[in-house]
Design a protein around this ligand. Sequence first.
Ligand SMILES: CC(C)(COP(=O)(O)OP(=O)(O)OC[C@H]1O[C@@H](n2cnc3c(N)ncnc32)[C@H](O)[C@@H]1OP(=O)(O)O)[C@@H](O)C(=O)NCCC(=O)NCCS
Length: 229
Amino acid sequence: MTALVIVGAGGFARETAQAVADTGAFELLGHLDDNAGLHGTDVAGVPVLGSCELVHELPEARVVICVGNPRDYAARARLVRRLALPEERYATVVHPTAVVSADSGIGPGSVLLAHCVLTAAVRVGAHVAVMPQVVLTHDDVVEDYATLTSGVRLGGGVRLERGAYVGSGALVREGATVGAWSQIGMGSAVLDDVPPGEVWVGSPARRLRAAGAPALDELATPTVGGPLT
Ligand SMILES: CC(C)(COP(=O)(O)OP(=O)(O)OC[C@H]1O[C@@H](n2cnc3c(N)ncnc32)[C@H](O)[C@@H]1OP(=O)(O)O)[C@@H](O)C(=O)NCCC(=O)NCCS
């Protein structure tokens, strides 16, 4: 069985640990986290082995990076850049209840939690977090480092650019684009294209403010494995 470590030990990391257990496809060695207070403890029965840098001492283990929250959704991209692992070190975790069409693709380091659906010709890039019950429909493109929280629905031909964050239960109209590192508030209905680096909320969604500086800093993060066309 393939050995795996999960970088991070917070909420998303624990959810991913459960998905990993449900797949039965990996031997989960443990979590890695920079919070030294967690080292030597366990979270939900999974040991916290040490800091994130320990990935370099576990060359046989595949890796998924499971950090980030609505206030710092660029955290995953920062860790990818910092750890500088070759692409082949990254695993792709797909919960067994997810339904992924044969003509859809998912990149390295990405995680799909329970009951996600990718209907037809959906392309999901690298290090993308897809929470439970997200529905991606025909011809959607989700670029590297994007986050789709629980219950998000995208109409056909939607593009989420790099690092975009879509809050719980949000809807995006067919053909719309959400710009790089932009954030959509929970429960919003996006009808128009959202430019990069902005926060939009409401139904219909309107601009609330610029996205935070940490997210904008990540605009320079290189694309993993070439751009999705
Ligand atoms: C969009 C978001 C990032 C804005 O956060 P914020 O900048 O701290 O905004 P505030 O809470 O200060 O609210 C600012 C204004 O926007 C409104 N607003 C905030 N989120 C909203 C939303 N999702 N829909 C509609 N309006 C919203 C507030 O009512 C407030 O309006 P007012 O100025 O008229 O009173 C946040 O509310 C959000 O939706 N985050 C995503 C949460 C999520 O999906 N979590 C799931 C995974 S843990």
